[in-house]
Design a binder for this molecule. Sequence first.
Ligand code: ADP
Ligand code: MG
Length: 337
Amino acid sequence: MGKINRLDEHLSNMIAAGEVVERPMGIVKELVENCIDAHAKNVEIQILQGGIDTITIIDDGDGMDAQDATLAFERHATSKLKEVNDLWNIHTMGFRGEALPSIASVSHVLLRTNNGIDSTEVEINYGKLMSAKPCGTPRGTMIEVKNLFQKTPARFKHLKSPQYEFSLISDVVQKFALSHPEIGFNLSHDGRTIFKTRGNGSLLEVLMQIYGRDTAKTAIQLDGSDNDYKISGYAMQPQFNRATKYYMLMYINGRMIRNYHLQKAIMDAYSHYLPKERYPIVVMNMEMDAQLVDVNVHPSKWEIRLSKEKQLEKLVYETISEALKNQLQVPEVKKSE
Ligand code: ADP
Ligand code: MG
């Protein structure tokens, strides 16, 4: 007898959950991505105790039919990819079909969904389907995630204070609001509204809400392109700088990403205007043919690979340099200051 076992589905979901849902923020990110993919116009995010107690996300998107409402929780079940070639041409936030089964393997999940025909409620407890039945619910989808990591104490122990966990959630929701000004986001914590956008399509309005009117009102619009890439967004004036690099937000085809080289290109463009160890506030959208970017690098989907990265770095540097040069009202400071 050999020694190798095939892992059962629950166990493999729990393993996958380690990468996708490390903490409440990761769950919120995955669930909001699903709302965006479902063409929601409004997304409500209700958090209790930093998400350690409850995460509830309500959208007014497409909803699911009764069959999909349970299928959605099976591993690698997705409506977003059909064949191998789709993987090189992704136009949705999700594609791995992993988030819902992973989340449901480490929590208690209640889903209500209405696609205009079916209205279905599905309840799953630590990977076990408890019930699936018709219900009354408005058009769209509601997902509630409770009792996170209660059966995985080692993971539970890694959660920090509700305030800290909420700060990460708030940060990621702001990033969504900035990349999707056409969607109204409403974030609350322990019943208190923290942040609300109107979804009227104005990025400048969202910028003002997040960074304050004074900072955003002099924001410089970005406008750059070459044969492959198009850059838009806003660069704040250098005097509104920060002590951390977290405020250089970058999106590729609407997806929030982390990329050291592109971040460096932004910093280089600002370097003449900022003192040492101060960093700019930038919200930069980069549009490109989906085939130029590989988003299938890590389950959390923060990292990407570009086929023409150097070319994009150059365009980022030039676009921001140009914007700053044309608009600056503050004197340059020397690098050594
Ligand atoms: P993925 O997003 O990678 O496809 P998920 O596990 O996140 O995988 O979701 C599985 C499927 O469930 C999705 O492909 C989609 O069809 C459906 N789904 C999930 N969330 C929603 C939602 N909020 N509205 C409509 N459909 C949803
Ligand atoms: Mg998804």
